[in-house]
Design a protein. Structure first.
Length: 256
């Protein structure tokens, strides 16, 4: 894990947009057992419908789970109720609801709220348009120095709170730090690598495509939000004040 060259992006299908296609979205509640999803997809395939996206709810210790399926029905005479009748007849399907489209090419899952990463950890999704625009507005409205201070404090509080959350669950300091780092990648905050030696108090964070520096590249103010996150995390680890030095930055033309 030393660059972005061999890593692929991933689209989270909470909203599916495919230009020039007519999409059909549905939520299918299926039994949480082997083969349930396969039988649903077999019926869809039998009707010569291509599946563009599948997103399943985390199962765990539940009898049924919801699956968000988006299909391409461009130039197809599909009678939705007939398709629903076929799927409902499957013994592993408990219920099915179609999603009403505002536009033929866009399907948004409006049948589930709130979103959770794991039970008890609610997620709120912000795009580059919203979070990038908000950060830019703060810089332009209050100036760079106030903005940098605000970004750092936001990140710092997040780092400390997230550490407490995960440490209380797994009771292992090093694994907690690695889980937090991996979550940053999974949530699209950055891609990179982590080195930590708790015994000798050595640590280093290398980030490729840090969202903060990427979205605010024209301001060239460096990383303060993400730096604050990791200073908050490491203060929890070492129980002392931590200052991280940003040696390189993509805003300066560096690779990471």
């Amino acid at each position: 894990m030393n660059s972005l060259k061999n890593i692929e992006s991933f689209t989270i299908p909470r909203t599916v947009f495919i230009e020039n296609k007519k999409l059909l979205g549905m939520i299918v509640k299926i039994k949480n057992e082997p083969g349930s999803l396969e039988r649903v997809l077999e019926i869809i395939a039998k009707n010569k419908i291509n599946v563009e996206s599948v997103l399943g709810n985390t199962g765990g210790n539940v009898e049924h789970v919801d699956v968000f399926i988006v299909c391409d029905i461009t130039n197809k005479e599909i009678i939705k109720e007939n398709l629903k009748d076929e799927l409902i007849k499957l013994p592993n399907v408990k219920n099915l609801n179609f999603i009403e489209n505002v536009h033929d090419s866009i399907v948004a899952d409006t049948l589930h709220y709130p979103l959770y990463i794991i039970p008890g950890l609610q997620a709120i999704i912000f795009t580059n348009i919203s979070i990038g625009g908000m950060f830019e507005y703060i810089i332009q409205r209050f100036g760079e120095e106030i903005a940098k201070t605000l970004f750092w404090h936001m990140g710092y509080s997040i780092g400390k709170n997230v550490f407490d959350f995960w440490y209380n669950k797994i009771k292992d300091v090093e694994k907690t730090v690695k889980i937090i780092f991996n979550q940053g990648i999974a949530f699209g905050w950055y891609y990179g690598k982590l080195y930590i030696d708790i015994k000798n108090k050595n640590y280093e964070v290398t980030l490729y495509d840090n969202f903060e520096c990427k979205f605010l590249k024209r301001f060239k103010i460096g990383s303060h939000f993400i730096r604050g996150v990791w200073e908050g995390v490491y203060e929890k680890v070492f129980n002392e004040k931590i200052f991280l030095n940003e040696e390189k930055c993509i805003q300066k033309g560096d690779e990471y």
